[in-house]
Every structure is written in C-alpha cells, then in structure tokens.
Design a protein around this ligand. Sequence first.
Ligand code: KIV
Length: 272
Amino acid sequence: MSAAKKEYKRVTVKSLVEMKRNGERISMLTAYDYSMAKVIDDANIDVILVGDSASNVMAGHETTLPITLDQMIYHASSVIRAISRSLVVVDIPFGSYQSDPKEALRSAIRIMKESGAHAIKVEGGLEIKDSVKRILNAGIPVMGHLGLTPQSIYKFGTYTVRAKEDEEAEKLKQDALLLQKLGCFAIVLEKIPAKLAKEVAESLTIPVIGIGAGGDVDGQVLVIHDLLGMTKEFNPRFLRRYMNLYEEMGKAISQYVTDVKTRDFPNEEEQY
Ligand code: KIV
C-alpha cells in the first residue's frame, strides 16, 4: 500500500477514511486548552481528542469518572477556538450517555452546539448500541473506543492489558464490527494485544486508532502530557516520551525563583 501523503487543509471524518484507504497513518493527540491546541494544530496533527483524560491530567482526579459534561464542553470550546486544520473529537463523559439513548443524544447535542466540536467519542460496544444509533441518526459523527475503556475501570479493577483471553477478544471483534455497521467513522483501541488490534484493523473499512495496541493499526493516539513528559509517574510500556518537559519546566521555574530572589529579574532592559 502507498504511504503517499495528501495535503488536507481541513481534516474531516471523510479524510480519515480516505487516509486509511491510501495507507496514510493518522496522527491523533489530546488537548484540553487553547494554547496547547494551537501548538498541536500548527504542528499538523490530524485529530485532536478532547479526552476525558482531562479529569486526570487537568483536574488531578485518579480516574476519568468525575469529569462533568459542562467541564468537557468548557475544555472543548477552548480547543475549538485554537484550531484551523485538525478534526476535533470530544469524549462524552461517564454518566451522560449510558442510562438512556435520549439522554445520550441530549449530551451529544450539547457538546456539538455549545463547543463547536466536530464529533464525539463513546466507550463501549453492544451495551450502548441504542445510544450510538440515536446520536448518529441526529447527524453527529461518532468515534468508538474499545479495549481498556477507562470509564469502566472499576469493573476491570486494573489498568492492565485487555482482551488477552479468547472470550473478551471475540466480544471486542464483534463490538468493532457492530460500531462500524452502526455508522461510526473510526474506533480507538486501547491497551490490547497488537495481534488482535491488527486483526480488527484489517477487518474494518473505518480507521482504527491505537494506544498501546501496536503498530499495525491505522493511526496512533497519545495523551499530550505523556508525550511531552509532564506525567513523570506514568510509565506504561506503550508510551514514547518525546521530551522531559517536567524537568525542563522545573529548571526554568527554579531559575526564575533564583532571579527574583537575587534581584537579577527584572534587569534594566526589562522595565519601562
Ligand atoms: O481520554 C483520553 O485521553 C482517551 C485516549 C487515551 C484515547 O480516551
């Protein structure tokens, strides 16, 4: 398959399917605020995910469960104001779509209307089929998310690799096919064996974007704070750090403290 890169002025859900067809890998990163989203969009990322991982990295919660719909809309609208090229997908948070399809649709509409996002992401397969259908019927593009779905962390009890056993792997394959059949435009597969992820990616026409799912899928996603090395306690095997920003920022801030204490800052040129 050719890896020729077509220029996309604006990435749409259709562009992603086209990228898969052309063998071009899809790049995706999270963002939660205007300034970071601007840097990411300028660096030509294809998809920005306003992930509910904001609950962890922005708010300091242990899980993604506490973040609210209002908070997700706040993060998403900040991101939307920054972007000119990327497709912006927003996580629909825990508790705002699982109870019934009408509530799911109301939540999805609020995200789209109040933030200006381009699509939403849901966690789960068969269990949320009616909600996914309802949202799609309203014309809202939906990205699925299978494997390690952090909103179900208390059911799993641990963040270890999912679908290692045949039964769970089989359900995941069925769920992926179902999400495609319902009309989802892409699926995220999190922390599953690379061999299984490859099989799923090859069985679908819609793109499969992996995180901890190996290289034989159609794209990759990481949490921006992890990529930049800001989350120093988080060291899963799948993570490649491109910077050690925690240390770099710490050094800069310590230098500033020293400069203030020693009256080095501000100097003659730094005042009016
Ligand atoms: O919330 C998030 O950041 C995510 C990614 C890890 C895929 O769902």
